[in-house]
Design a binder for this molecule. Structure first.
Ligand code: SF4
Length: 378
């Protein structure tokens, strides 16, 4: 059994609130939290000058009574959870929210927040649905428009120099998280999937510079560890928004270890570093954002999504894939059908799980994972 980490408690505590103590600390020092809820928003752009990005989540969401007055029960529980928290004042430190019309559910969330005037800076980043030269230009202009609005509204320095500095800061940060993630490739990884996701989610929900010292401490700690022995299977997790590490902990309670995170809030390829060249920062970030986001909203991009999963299974020596989909998520719901059969055609066992945004039905989840591991002869 891996030596429990002292530092992991810090990440647990930081995940208890959507506005944790590091966020409060940054706000007290005059910095500006900008919320976002989709991976097509490049964090580096929101790290310029006094701004910092905050991936919005709804930890401990008990119900969506308020949100259900505005959004139908067929809207995914992630968007209803965000609206509930927004209406309940759980994001009151937020100075701005950048949206992407990733799906109709997210669009409805935006409409209602505009209607409720929450917060006073709301921006839609109109991300195209295909990747080609024309849409690269379109995305470059969209990022420029966003930067101009941030500069105008908050007086933030969004100059090329400032953006390049922010991109370097992202790269320094992402490289550290990736270096911990790469340890999962080992036959006996010194870190399990639940721990790794605690770090990733806590870092997405905190100012990067303020959480980095804890991540470096944690890295030192686990480098002393022997590594996880006797795990029955190595699994890869694929899918949409996954914020709660407890979901992974329940999966791993069946004697397996999650070694790769190819989901919306995961690091593969979400924590890719930016190739900073002489192009305009907006073109660099446009290319980067298309490369690091693998979302079913994108047309003519299925093969890239499929091949990334197949390559990652090989790279992390995973025995099987768990595909997690939030109920009523039409993007992942539709993409899952061809994806599951294509992976099985490639000899990769797949377990498809439908879930709500908040963890529930742990018993059934354990049974499904148990049966899946046995079906692989493990
Ligand atoms: S989980 Fe699916 S439906 Fe919900 S916001 Fe994300 S993409 Fe949209």
């Amino acid at each position: 059994m891996a030596i429990p980490s002292k530092t992991i408690k810090v990440f647990e505590e930081l995940l208890e609130s959507p506005q944790n103590r590091l966020v409060e600390q940054a706000v007290e020092s005059g910095r500006i939290p900008i919320g976002y809820s989709c991976s097509f928003v490049p964090e580096a752009l929101l790290m310029a000058d006094k701004l910092f990005p905050l991936r919005l989540h709804a930890p401990g969401l008990a119900g969506t009574e308020l949100a259900d007055n505005y959004l139908s029960c067929f809207v995914c529980s992630y968007t209803r959870g965000l609206l509930e928290f927004a209406m309940d004042g759980r994001y009151d430190l937020l100075k701005g929210w950048v949206f992407v019309p990733s799906c109709a559910h997210m669009q409805r969330l935006y409409d209602n927040l505009e209607y409720l005037q929450k917060p006073d800076f709301n921006h839609i980043l109109d991300v195209p649905r295909k990747v080609n030269n024309d849409t690269l230009l379109w995305m470059t202009e969209e990022l420029q428009m966003l930067a101009d609005k941030l500069a105008h509204h908050f007086g933030a320095d969004m100059s090329d120099v400032s953006l390049r500095k922010a991109m370097e800061q992202w790269n320094d940060f992402a490289s550290v998280v990736q270096s911990i993630g790469d340890l999962r490739k080992k036959p006996n990884p010194p870190i399990n999937g639940a721990e790794f996701h605690q770090i990733v989610m806590a870092s997405l929900a905190s100012p990067k510079d303020l959480i980095l010292p804890y991540i470096l401490d944690f890295k030192k700690e686990i480098e002393q560890r022997e590594g996880i022995k006797n795990s029955r299977a190595r699994l890869m997790l694929v899918g949409g928004h996954l914020h709660d590490p407890e979901f992974i902990r329940v999966i791993e309670s069946q004697g397996c270890v999650v070694v790769a995170d190819r989901f919306c809030t995961g690091t593969i390829p979400g924590f890719k570093t930016i190739d900073i060249n002489n192009d305009s920062p907006y073109k660099i970030l446009a290319e980067y954002t298309f490369a690091k986001t693998l979302c079913p909203r994108m047309m003519e991009d299925f093969d890239r999504r499929l091949n990334t999963i197949i390559d990652t299974v090989k790279e992390y020596n995973a025995d099987g894939v768990v595909l997690e989909i939030i109920k009523f998520c039409d993007l992942w719901g539709v993409d899952a059908m061809p994806l599951v059969s294509a992976l099985r055609d490639n000899g990769i066992p797949v377990l498809r799980l439908e879930r709500e945004y908040c963890l529930g039905g742990e018993g059934q989840l354990r049974t499904r994972v148990q049966a899946f591991i046995e079906s692989m002869g493990k």
